[in-house]
Design a protein around this ligand. Structure first.
Ligand SMILES: C[S@@+](CC[C@H](N)C(=O)[O-])C[C@H]1O[C@@H](n2cnc3c(N)ncnc32)[C@H](O)[C@@H]1O
Length: 482
């Protein structure tokens, strides 16, 4: 621990232990928006490969892949990534190659992550791989496991997975109980590695980043540059404050957020947003995000249950909405959504779009205009319409989501920045240069804080904005010449 504290001092950080939270990361200097608080390479990581999707084990790209000819499990995009991973994969390849074909198929990304964890520990123990204060197995040992909080079913699953790891490694002195405990550690400490546009690519264990606790109103954000985890401040964090990120999607009512945190991380959040639970502001926010709209189209009031529980009353105009009506529309939405997702699974995008449009129409009738479920349907439509290159309609749905994003996310939130980026790209494609400049400028203003300015993604975004500005000034000067 002393070694770690020493290493963290250079970052302007220190670890404290609080009874209600366990370890916490505190600042020993001021951090400003956009500043990197800490970055870390993974102790171990794996791409989320499946039977339909494969990625390179080194850089997570999905192009130009070749399967490792020996183990037939792991993919690489070229010799650079293969060499980078070789010391560890040499051992992994040996054990995977001994498995029969069916057994190899049961090696899920989580099982692979665990196998790699043990192999890395072995390589650091015998000094084949070097260890440092921020890159060693002791840090994995310190992670919380919450074994006492896990239910029987989950424990059984971890035990089965641990047996599989044992079967793969075949080490005589391996401790199966410890492997099961490590699976539990992964569940509440590992991070989903995403690309710059927050699309999930893999899973990684970053034992120092894992010291950072959660808040629904975080002062920092975690993004990835390749597989490097980077934590940046999204507001001024004074010296002596705790660094907090969000573990979950924060666009949800307090009850929804608390349920998600309890289920996966076994704690009750007491952040400044959560302690308002049940207060007027919180009730209003929950009713808007997850509740129903006023029956009168012109009213944007939110509804609360009647005192006799027979229906709902608009808190602005007092209009009543019956339980039966709400139930009926909700059932229609559910049935149509189920059909729509089946169309997506069978690859029929046109049919899916048409069904999701029906869902959106029904949700407009039932849900508050700022509801999360309506926003999610619009996001689905946006994504599918972009796939079909219907830029005009995609833009119309994108624009409908932005006011909701603005209301549910703080000023510097990656999702808000990315939504402006999508809007800007669509406007650019449609030749609406002035609008594109406005949207791309907003995207850059947010994403330079959350993502920094050095990644290829940000360089491309900044270049797009410059191109749009150049085109606008060219158009202006051609007009002047006329
Ligand atoms: C990734 S770890 C964070 C570091 C952890 N505190 C430790 O001691 O190693 C996640 C765990 O930390 C605790 N935790 C995180 N945020 C918390 C919060 N806001 N309040 C209480 N406990 C929290 C929970 O036990 C959770 O499962």
């Amino acid at each position: 621990m002393d070694e770690l504290q020493e290493a963290l001092q250079d970052w302007g950080l220190t670890v404290h232990n609080l009874p209600e939270k366990g370890r916490c990361l505190f600042t020993t200097k001021d951090f400003y928006p956009g500043e990197v608080i800490i970055s870390q390479e993974p102790y171990v990581c794996v791409p989320n490969n499946s039977s339909t999707e494969s990625r390179c084990d080194g850089c997570f790209t999905s192009v130009n892949l070749k399967k490792c000819s020996a183990c037939q499990v792991v993919w690489y995009c070229g010799s650079k990534c293969q060499k980078l991973e070789w010391k560890l994969h040499r051992l992994e390849c040996e054990v995977l190659s001994k498995l029969d074909k069916d057994r190899r198929k049961s090696v899920t990304p989580s099982v692979r992550l665990m196998v790699k964890l043990y192999l890395r520990r072995k390589l650091q123990n015998n000094k084949t791989l070097s260890a440092t204060a921020t890159d060693n197995y002791n840090l994995v040992e310190m992670l919380v496991a919450h074994m006492k909080d896990i239910d029987e079913k989950q424990l059984l699953l971890y035990a089965q997975m641990a047996n599989l790891v044992n079967l793969i490694l075949q080490w005589p002195d391996i401790n199966i109980k410890e492997i099961a405990e490590n699976f539990s550690k992964l569940a509440c400490n590992a991070h989903t590695i995403c690309d710059s546009e927050l699309r999930p690519l893999g899973t990684g264990l970053y034992p120092v980043v894992s010291i950072i606790n959660h808040s629904c109103l975080p002062n920092a954000v975690l993004v990835f540059e390749g597989r490097l985890a980077v934590v940046r401040a999204v507001q001024h964090i004074p010296k002596g404050a705790e660094v907090v990120i969000s573990y979950i999607e924060t666009a949800g009512s307090t009850m929804t957020r608390q349920k998600a945190l309890k289920q996966q991380y076994f704690f009750t959040c007491t952040c400044s947003r959560c302690i308002k639970v049940g207060q007027q502001d919180d009730v209003r926010e929950s009713a808007i995000l997850e509740g129903y709209r006023c029956k009168d189209d012109r009213c944007i009031g939110f509804l609360l249950r009647d005192s006799d529980d027979k229906g709902f009353a608009c808190q602005q105009c007092g209009l009543h909405r019956s339980k039966e009506e709400v139930k009926k529309i909700a059932a229609e939405i559910q049935a149509t959504s189920d059909k729509a997702s089946k169309s997506v699974s069978s690859g029929n995008l046109q049919e899916a779009i048409s069904m999701y449009k029906t869902v959106e129409k029904l949700q407009r009738k039932l849900c508050h205009p700022f509801s999360i479920s309506l926003m999610q349907t619009r996001e689905k439509l946006l994504k599918m319409l972009m796939e079909l290159e219907d830029w005009r309609e995609a833009l119309s749905y994108c624009k409908l989501t932005i006011p909701v994003y603005q209301s549910v996310y703080p000023q510097f939130h990656p999702l808000l920045g990315l939504q402006y980026y999508t809007s800007g790209k669509l406007e650019w494609l449609l030749g609406e240069t002035e609008d594109a400049i406005r949207s791309l400028t907003k995207a850059v203003d947010i994403l330079r804080i959350t993502h920094g300015t050095n990644s290829p993604f940000m360089k491309e975004l900044i270049m797009k904005l410059e191109e749009a500005r150049a085109e606008a000034s060219y158009k202006l000067s051609s007009k002047d010449d006329e």
